[in-house]
Design a protein around this ligand. Structure first.
Ligand SMILES: [Zn+2]
Length: 324
């Protein structure tokens, strides 16, 4: 039986009410309900494709500095749709319903203040929210050049815990004691202060998994790893990455996907191109394809190419010695 959680109840109430009273969100929820899902296999790993035409704006978003400066920020309270209401998340953050959801429910968690998207600023909050939403929601972050559609306004997101192929393995691996190839590897591991740091065995799209029971210790280790990424893979304005935090079975886990590029080389809408703009959800094995032709045509090989191009490979990542 699920443990009573007042915050989770308030979020579900907000979601249900907004889906009724806000036409834009009602359409987004309908798009999601009618979206199609197809599985492809990449190197023995299962990936899902979600054909969700409601996401075309997000996947096609212009996120260059000039375009961003020219549009009103949709996460600032003064520009938000009049129907959009929120639930206080504490520390100057607010839960808002995502009107073009990938999940049901799917929340965006911006700061009240208009400030740039930076992992260093929001990492402590990400872990705190993951603990408060224990067993129910994953809290995640897309870097300013790694899928965030508002790189100028700091925001996290929250999705139902375990809703993606990677999370199924991540949480399931501990329950079963198994060691699937996409889950944490037994090697490349360091322990210290009750916190484990591991790199997953996936050669194409490795993730750094930081696990521990104590939030302060996990945060300190995660901040160290981010600092190492910044040192070894310096990009402006921060090392490219997607990140998540989730709390389950008494353990807090932070997962970082270090990135090599913003979008695949064949990103676009011309013939031969794909409209896939990978963020954390895509890195977790749920690729969002807002166009029918991409959904129909992408196979395991094409998906592997996308991941290979946007990820830091395992060999490169190992050279950084993130667990020294
Ligand atoms: Zn803003």
């Amino acid at each position: 039986m699920a443990v009573a959680n007042e915050l989770v109840d308030r979020l579900q109430t907000l979601w249900d009410a907004q889906a009724n009273e806000w036409p834009m969100m009602a359409r987004g929820v309908e798009h999601l309900a009618s979206s199609e899902v197809r599985e492809v296999e990449r190197g023995g790993l299962r990936c899902k494709l979600q054909f969700n035409p409601g996401r075309v704006v997000s996947a096609g978003a212009k996120v260059d500095a000039k375009s961003i400066a020219a549009r009103p920020c949709f996460l600032c309270e003064s520009n938000r749709p009049s129907e959009q209401r929120g639930v206080d998340a504490g520390d100057g953050y607010v839960f808002l319903c995502n009107p073009m959801p990938i999940f049901n429910p799917h929340f965006t968690v911006p700061t009240l203040e208009h400030q740039p998207q930076r992992i260093g600023t929001c990492l402590p909050k990400m872990l705190e929210l993951a603990e408060r939403l224990s067993g129910r929601f994953t809290v995640f972050y897309n870097g300013p050049k790694c899928g965030a559609s508002a790189p100028d306004h700091l925001h996290l997101q929250a999705s139902p815990l375990g809703a993606t192929p990677f999370e199924e393995l991540l949480v399931g691996v501990r329950k079963s004691g198994g060691n699937p190839s996409q889950g944490p590897a037994d090697h490349d591991r360091s322990c210290g202060g009750g916190v484990d740091v591991e790199v997953t065995a996936d050669p194409v799209q490795p993730a750094i998994v930081i696990t521990g029971a104590d939030r302060v210790a996990v945060l300190a280790r995660a901040e160290q790893v981010v600092a190492k990424l910044a040192e070894h893979f310096p990009t402006d304005p921060e090392p490219m990455m997607n990140a998540l935090a989730l709390h389950a079975d008494g353990k807090l886990r932070v997962v970082l996907f270090p990135r090599a590029s913003h979008r695949p080389s064949n990103y676009g809408t011309d013939p031969g191109q794909v409209l896939v703009s990978p963020g954390l959800v895509d890195m977790l094995g749920l690729l969002i394809t807002p166009r029918r032709e991409d959904f129909d045509s992408l196979d395991g090989e094409a998906v592997a190419k996308i991941y290979r191009e946007v990820s830091l490979g395992r060999v490169t990542l190992n050279q950084a010695g993130l667990w020294d």
